[in-house]
Ligand binder design. Structure first.
Ligand code: 6GU
Length: 249
């Protein structure tokens, strides 16, 4: 997968060199390029923002650097992919975007090429998104209902959520299946040795060796956790069936 990120703070994206994502890049499972928006300015101060038409607080990102940066992303990605007609799927992080979900992470993991336009200040001139949408698929995307200073932290989260779904990035593919948000319920609590710690014992059922009983206990825990922490997920259409009863006798 090819990923291009445009930002005025390229250093914010440096964690994408670490851990699983860094290894995926070394193994060429992920080709990630970060571009500095200021490289696409032409004035001595490398200006990227200006005051909003119509008044109001803060600053708005000017369209010209964005236009040039996204043109460059298109050319660089086409060369890297050796696909002269390809276009990226452009994601624009914004608190007013569509909420990012695990289902969306799976959809994005099937794309050959993603690009992210990281806004700062009060946002990017709307014509940049309109112009991109005249040529590419474009989706404003939000991490949740709170406000960040810019899109960079959202890109860290989204790229990590997507890249770990790419074939070969997570060693044990089984660990991807039994996770919170993969089937609409939160994950069950987990324990390891020692069996007793600070007077707290691991639940007996987990030491019983009774696989059916363990599966049923875990399912009950998932339901209880979800009901308590995320009742919004317990919509009837989102419910999954419990594990089967053991064979009698
Ligand atoms: Cl994607 N961007 C910004 N700036 N703030 C956010 C967000 C994104 N998601 C939640 N808050």
């Amino acid at each position: 997968m090819r990923v291009d990120v445009v930002s005025i703070f390229p250093a914010y994206l440096e964690p994408l060199q670490l851990s699983l994502i860094g290894k995926a890049r070394e193994q060429a499972l992920l080709d990630l390029a970060v571009h500095d928006l200021r490289d696409f300015t032409h004035d001595r101060h490398r200006t990227v923002d200006d005051t909003p038409y119509g008044g109001g607080p803060g600053m708005v990102m000017r369209p010209e650097p964005w236009g040039a940066a996204l043109d460059h992303v298109e050319a660089a990605g086409r060369t890297a992919l050796d696909r002269p007609d390809a276009s990226p799927y452009l994601l624009v992080p914004s608190p007013s975007g569509t909420p990012f979900t695990q289902a969306m992470a799976h959809q994005l993991a099937d794309e050959p090429w993603l690009a992210f336009a990281c806004g700062r200040y009060e946002g990017i001139d709307e014509r940049v998104v309109e112009d991109a949408a005249s040529r590419w698929r474009v989706t404003p995307i939000s991490l949740g209902d709170y406000v960040l200073n810019g899109g960079e932290v959202a890109v860290l989260a989204i790229v990590e959520a997507v890249a770990r779904l790419l074939p070969g990035v997570v060693g044990n593919a089984e660990s991807l299946v039994e996770e919170s948000h993969e089937d609409g319920l939160l994950e069950y609590p987990v324990y390891t040795k020692p069996a007793s710690w600070r007077g707290r014992d691991v639940p007996d059922v987990l030491l019983s060796g009774h696989h059916g009983a363990i599966a049923r206990w875990r399912h009950e825990q998932r339901l209880a956790r979800t009901a308590s922490r995320r009742p919004d997920l317990l919509d009837p259409s989102a419910r999954i069936s419990p594990p089967p009863n053991p064979d009698p006798g």
